[in-house]
Design a protein around this ligand. Structure first.
Ligand code: AMP
Length: 181
């Protein structure tokens, strides 16, 4: 099974993608986590993306697409995967179509959380890019660049909307139910 988790920053994509991946035996692929690892390891890529991430901006498509494509070519991804945080732009979504084919994704889970709850969660998380200014920027980048993907995939009939509020386990259950898993 190949899934994509979409939703604004703070919606709980990372947490839920990890839990659902565990439950279903899928690889959890988070481009944000991959970039954070590069920053921590002080690689050349890490140095390139550090400031972009701290500001809450998007890493350029070419860099992100190359990294993601290398990742999904790894053997563990052959058993299915959950994409968490990719694609975030239309060009990224189109590159994924080229890689997987137009029917390459089985479902897109969209986590919905009210904006005031998102801001509350993000500001209490303490990540390097969770300053108030970066948070505001990430929310607006999401609206401008990423939210249009809901319609892009909606046209294919694979979008499953899930309320991202309540207990963590409860939300996981909701997602599994929507997947019929
Ligand atoms: P995340 O952990 O998904 O919230 O990602 C953290 C940060 O990594 C984002 O704010 C971006 O700066 C960068 N990032 C992660 N995924 C992407 C992507 N698909 N395209 C561009 N930038 C990304």
């Amino acid at each position: 099974m190949r899934l994509l988790f979409l939703g604004p920053p703070g919606a709980g994509k990372g947490t839920q993608a990890e839990r659902v991946a565990d439950e279903l035996g899928l690889a959890h692929i988070s481009t944000g986590a991959m970039f954070r690892q590069h920053v921590a390891d002080e690689t050349e890529l890490g140095r390139k993306v550090q400031e972009i991430m701290a500001a809450g901006d998007l890493v350029p498509d070419d860099v992100t697409i190359a990294m993601l494509h290398e990742r999904i070519a790894q053997p563990d991804a052959g058993n299915g995967f959950i994409l968490d945080g990719f694609p975030r732009t239309l060009p990224q979504a189109k590159s994924l179509d080229v890689e997987l084919g137009q029917d390459g994704l089985d479902a897109v889970i969209v986590l919905e959380v009210p904006e005031e709850e998102l801001v509350r969660r993000l500001l209490s998380r303490g990540r390097a890019d969770d300053t108030e200014e970066a948070v505001r920027n990430r929310l607006s980048v999401y609206e401008d660049d990423t939210a249009p993907l809901i319609e892009f995939y909606g046209d294919r009939g694979i979008v499953r909307t899930v309320a991202g509020v309540g207990g963590i386990a409860e939300i996981t259950e909701r997602i599994l139910q929507r997947l019929g898993a």
